[in-house]
Each structure stands twice: as C-alpha cells, then as structure tokens.
Design a protein around this ligand. Sequence first.
Ligand code: MN
Length: 244
Amino acid sequence: MKPDLDAALADLVAANRILAQHGIVDGYGHVSLRAPHKPDHYLLSRAIAPETVTADDIVEFDLDSQPTRRTPELYLERFIHGEIYRVRPEVRAVVHNHAPSLIPFGVAATPLRPVYHMAAFVGQGIPIFEIRDTAGEATDLLIRSPALGRALATSLGDKPAALMRGHGATVVADSLALVVARSIYLELNAKLQLQALTLAGPDGEVRYLSPDEAAAASITLGDYRRSWQLWRATALTEVSTVRS
Ligand code: MN
C-alpha cells in the first residue's frame, strides 16, 4: 500500500476504536473515509463491530457502495456513505451511529440546540431524517438501498449531521478528526441539553449559544486537533496492550 493510504488506514482504525471507547458505537455503527488516492471511492470496514476493526478489515467501495474486492459481509447501511460522498464533495469522513442520547431529539418536537462551546457546530442546525417521507411505514428504519441513502443525503443537505428518527444519526466532516469529535460532542450536547431542560423545568429558560457565539466557537475549535491526538494515542496504545 502507498504510505498515505497506510496512514489513512491507521487513522480509520483509530477512529473506529475511539468511537467505540466513547460509547458512540457499540456492536453496530460505522465510520468511513473518502479514499485519499481515489476521491470517488471510500474506505469502510467489512461488517464487524467497530472496536474490533484492524487495517485488514477495511474495504474500498465505489460511490454505488459496491466493494472493489469480494467481501462476504458488508454493512447493510453502507449506502449512507456512498450517497453522501456523491453529493458532498467537501466531505471526507462519515459516521453512522445509534448513540442513545440523540434518540429523544429525533422523536420529540424539541430540536437539538448548541448548549456549550465544544458542540458549537450544532448551531448550524441538525435536521431530522424521517424515513416514512420516502418509504412509508414498511421499513425496518435501516438505510438498505441507494434510494434511501439519497433521501438521507437530501435531508442532511449542507449540515454537519442529521438525526434519523427512531434510529440514530449520521455525522459528516472534512476530516476524520472532525467527524469523530463531532460525533462525540453531538452526543454530549444532547445529554447536557436534556439536563438543562430538566433543570429549568417547563417554564424555565435555557440560554443556548447565540448564532454568532456558535460560529465563533466553531472557528476556534477547528478540527479539535488536541482531542484527536489524545484519543488516537489512547486508542492505539490500548490496542497494542491488548495484543502484547
Ligand atoms: Mn443504523
């Protein structure tokens, strides 16, 4: 493999483990990276639990989400990745998860809003994907087809994440570092928002970040480089400890 591809694979393995270690994915959920050597392809593990992913498990897919080598077990919902990469050329990494704290905000009328600066990107707006609008009630909620992937990508629009009603969320960014951080802080924001709403009570006020504050804090955080370096080092250290 080329050196840049080897580095990308190592980062993608780390991303899988970081998301698992933070409870953003469990046995299910996945993270992909646009292929650095071929932008109309992407890299995604075969269908195994993210915490167990190694570089050998990672498969290259085209934007129709067809694998470039024969692979027996593929994630059913890989179309999430292909269809988003197709319509969002600046997106370089995608996470799909079922993080529990996000679920209430996908089913209740209260929208997610930015509670603290670490999740300032929430201020860009987090749409909710309603699968019934595309496929009625005859689904198991999974994005099992290119058509459902396209519908999700349309719902996502130009935003950093979309909640999926009764299912989970999909998060995007222009780097693995940023998509991992957004996934972690999106869930933390949901927890904190629910706490703030509970503490305030039905008539109390919750003061969210203003649009200007959210925009400024997003610029300051950038791609959360310091968090990524810490998480990546911890994830890979724990791997080598487990294997030695
Ligand atoms: Mn799912």
